[in-house]
Design a protein around this ligand. Structure first.
Ligand SMILES: Nc1nc2c(ncn2[C@@H]2O[C@H](COP(=O)(O)OP(=O)(O)O)[C@@H](O)[C@H]2O)c(=O)[nH]1
Ligand SMILES: [Mg+2]
Length: 198
């Protein structure tokens, strides 16, 4: 009954299409609410781990394979009608650089991630921010990941300052062990559920 997602990859040009109606209990057709969420940041900062953590598909003992192109993770949101967040989990390969603009196109939410262990992943946030068109994204999250690590190159204050300067909402997490995830997920869920776009 639920036919929602068709993903086509035409030689690196990825189209994500939503077939947007389902029948409710009284057999009326109701539109599906669909949110496009971009998960971006440097390689190995934890994009796939965080995406799976949010989607409830993470296994702590699994070794993450490198993401090629883009992976999709679907999150069912609790709402009065079928509501889904599709996380676009971007891989870091150079041949996809030219497509970054298309990836970010029409995103409702952007999640930018860096690793607190790795100074460069923080510096490179400015590069990632260039893809975000302020008028389109309803919310941009800045996620400082790997706070379980004993080594920290970027302080909480530095992360929060950068977030405030760029109008992002800041959370610190360990995607791998789940620290801080609940608070972030609560914010993410209410952003979607309070936003009656469709
Ligand atoms: N210690 C620690 N390692 C993490 C965390 N999140 C991800 N990792 C590890 O970092 C590596 C890269 O993670 P991955 O999710 O593939 O990064 P991506 O390239 O950004 O998608 C993997 O070995 C993960 O297990 C975290 O919160 N803490
Ligand atoms: Mg990945």
């Amino acid at each position: 009954m639920e036919k929602i997602l068709k993903i086509t990859d035409f030689h690196h040009f990825i189209i994500c299409e939503v077939d947007g109606m389902v029948n409710n209990a009284s057999n009326n057709e109701i539109p599906i609410k669909y949110y496009k969420v971009i998960v971006a940041g440097d390689g190995a900062v934890g994009k796939t781990t965080l995406s799976k953590r949010l989607a409830g598909t993470l296994r702590e003992d699994e070794v993450q394979k490198m993401t090629f192109g883009v992976d999709f993770h679907k999150i069912d949101m609790i709402n009065d009608r079928p509501t889904y967040a599709f996380l676009w989990d971007l891989g870091g390969q150079d041949q996809f650089r030219h497509f970054q603009d298309q990836f970010f196109h029409a995103a409702h939410i952007v999640i930018l991630i860096y690793s607190v262990e790795w100074f460069h992943s923080f510096i490179n946030l400015s590069t990632w921010l260039k893809y975000v068109k302020e008028e389109q994204a309803i919310k941009i999250y800045l996620i400082a990941n790997k706070i379980d690590s004993p080594y920290r190159a970027i302080t909480r204050e530095e992360g929060m300052d950068f977030a405030a300067t760029n109008k992002m909402t800041y959370y610190e997490v360990s995607a791998l062990y789940g620290t801080g995830i609940l608070d972030f997920k609560r914010d993410f869920t209410s952003t979607i559920n309070d936003h009656g776009l469709f």
